[in-house]
Design a protein around this ligand. Sequence first.
Ligand SMILES: [Zn+2]
Ligand SMILES: [Zn+2]
Ligand SMILES: [Zn+2]
Length: 758
Amino acid sequence: MMQARKIIVRGIVQGVGFRPFVYRLAKQYGLKGTVSNNAHGVEIEVEGDHVSMQSFIRSITHASPPLAFIDEIETKESSYKGYLDFAIQASNGSEDRFTLIAPDVAVCDDCLQELFDPADRRYRYPFINCTNCGPRFTIIQDIPYDRPNTTMSVFPMCTDCEREYNDPENRRFHAQPNACPVCGPSLTLCDSKQNKIQSDNILDRTAQLIKAGSIVALKGLGGYHLACDATNDEAVSKLRERKRRIEKPFAVMIPDRNWLERICTPTQEEISFIRSINHPIVLIRRKDNSPICSDVAPGNNYIGVMLPYPPLHHIVMREVAIPLVMTSGNISEEPIAYKDDEAFERLAAIADYFLVHNRDIHMRCDDSVGAVLNKRHTMLRRSRGYVPYPVKLNIHAQKNTLATGGHLKNTFCFIKNDFAFFSHHIGDLENYETLRSFTQGIEHFKNLFSITPEILAYDMHPEYLSTKYALESEIPVKIPVQHHHAHIVSCMAENDLNEAVIGVSFDGTGYGTDGNIWGGEFMITTMGDFKRIAHFEYFPLPGGEQAVKEPWRTGVALLNQVFGNEYKNVDIPFVRSIQTKSALAVIEKMIQQKLNTPVTSAAGRLFDGIAAICDVRASINYEAQAAIEFQMIANETVTGRYNYEIDTKSIPWRIKWNGIVRDILKDLQNNVPVSDISGKFHNTIAMIITDISEKIKKDTGLHDVVISGGVFQNALLVDKTVDYISKQGMKVYTHARVPPNDGGLSLGQAVVAMHKVL
Ligand SMILES: [Zn+2]
Ligand SMILES: [Zn+2]
Ligand SMILES: [Zn+2]
């Protein structure tokens, strides 16, 4: 008895070799019919006997291709048409176009094998790819994902490539970026004035230039990198100077896995993270005496390491055979350059040479950065290799939502159905270029996922450009979301938590509902609402933003708060050193008269101020530098703690940190090493979190603790917090797929807004 079925597969099923997989499966079971891409995913019409049909349907889920992600399979009866064969049909881009798209992934092992096989027709061809690997998100201009809708449309395939493309048995069947040296993109090497460098072997030549100390701009998957020899002090400092990037760590690309142990001490979790198909930059403890220049990540025990991911990197890395600094092609905090013209314009003063190619990048996408926190692969910057994979929500949105994110490390986020599409890393919304990247990105996502947002969520901070964008938008329903509420909900959403939790959000800055700067917050949190239960006692930030850049100001404010005018009699190196600062008198006046001096409860600022008092760092060159360096010097085995009090007379409770400052001064005067002081300070903060969580648990019965915010990128603090709280029989939830910092904010905003309109 012949049966006919119509099967619709939803998920990431386009551009990942799904149709040929279905084709081969149908052939294997002797079934007839068709498979095609449509606006919803993949549609299969299939005819055959009952038993084969059942096996076929089972295998669709169990044996799907590596990049595929099946969200749902719908099977219904269909009328028997008497197909004679099984065929793959062309896509039809129609009606409500909504389909998921795969991210750009690292070259697969099969392609890598061919890349270095002298007998292969793609030997050392830097654009080799197949349906299991290669560019996706960065080359798609429109959906459905077919070659004419990508930046590969300008390269007509040669007959060999076309044969592969049309052969369902071939690994390159419908591999949209399929190409070879005959028909595909090609490389050009130029100097910074765009003069072509003639060479029989451009890649060898590039490697020689890098080894000779040059800085080369390399066009990659999602934009330009600036590359130089990471073992050459002169080259690294030249790059710092030209890029105007002082002290902020550079990422390093290593030629192969064997180099990992030569420059750092990876754990098993870190090794599996760095080798995952997404190939992020992973922060790993660096080794002493490694050949990497100390100036690559000054004052940091960790180094950001990545493996080569596109074939171009593989060839270059084989040739140079040394680790390279591989940093975003931009000046300081601008977005990464990705168009050739702008790259030459913006990077000419930095790079000595340019290795470019003629496959356009449609969407810029920075490298992703991750670290192992609480034993989980945790994203710190979620971008290339992950975007636009959605985060699946356990609730179905009635209305499409857009959230505009925060100010620093901006991402935006759309919610449609039960998917949250949160964007690639946009950057700090502080210049025109980044703002343009933000608005273009939003338009691109709207088009790719056919989303017309009806609800708009944004941060409460009136001065954020993301807020201003939101207020000017024509989207009818606009919902402001408190910064730390968004942080906690972003972590709840990725951990599938729906019920009220004890939310702990520690970061550097976030606009509070009382107009003060929050950032050391304990909140009973639900998806749609929060109640502020406790926070660090407010302290002044003389000069606001200026205090963020100059933590010594915060140090003065903390001491002033504890000792009043007597603070200058405290005999520690910090107090001696600030006496010489001409701004000191002004700052004292600002504090006393509350001039341009907001107050804050931010844990990040407390770290800053304490780091300054301990003479670790007076002013910073990149975000959170003082707090990071204070963490880096910590003696992690020290067990002591400092005294604090929790004033519970009224809600919100206030965490009084005066005792901490007093104890630290005693330690400083007794010549306790700063590394021990840092260790004890970390213990104290973890204990405060535990203590307050327990108190809330006692009052409310809640026992799930959710920690989020930029301070929880601090691995030492996360590990200690999880350790202490777990011992009290409570469960701690941390981030993994969503960054704990402001890069994850947009997801939280979108989910909060969605619940507020329910
Ligand atoms: Zn491949
Ligand atoms: Zn070809
Ligand atoms: Zn934040």
